[in-house]
Design a protein around this ligand. Structure first.
Ligand SMILES: [Zn+2]
Length: 133
């Protein structure tokens, strides 16, 4: 059995009237569109959360005044590090590619070890940082 009835994409009520209608009213159209938008916001938020978590995990591995540390990949994985997400890459003169999550980066070494590094602040030219009162 075939009918002409269509239902509102938001609330499911049967629609009457013009055949191109998708919603029963503006309220349903707005609610539907807002939900579509928040789905893409959720996608952004989830990745941002993963990046922040990755950063926190890397940060937790380095103890000042160290600027780098070796760490088994498995250890980061157990802490919930998500290797899909990083903010940028850095290739050094030897062609080694570091994956960076904000100011923390890692280089994959042999045997599933990682070298975790902290980038020096860009605003600091390496001269005295010790003249703070
Ligand atoms: Zn509706």
């Amino acid at each position: 059995m075939q009918t002409d009835s269509r239902s509102c994409l938001e609330c499911g009520k049967i629609l009457k009237g013009r055949t191109d209608k998708k919603f029963c009213d503006d309220y349903c159209r707005n609610a539907y569109n807002n939900r579509q938008n928040s789905d893409s916001n959720n996608f952004v938020r989830n990745i941002n959360n993963a990046l922040r978590k990755n950063r926190r995990i890397l940060e937790g591995q380095i103890r000042a005044p160290q600027e780098m540390v070796k760490c088994p990949r498995q250890k980061l994985a157990e802490l919930g590090f998500d290797f899909r997400y990083h903010t940028h890459q850095y290739q050094n003169k030897n062609g080694q590619v570091y994956q960076f999550v904000y100011e923390y980066g890692y280089l994959i070494l042999e045997g599933d070890w990682l070298l975790i590094v902290k980038r020096k602040s860009e605003s600091n030219d390496g001269s005295s940082a010790g003249d703070r009162k």
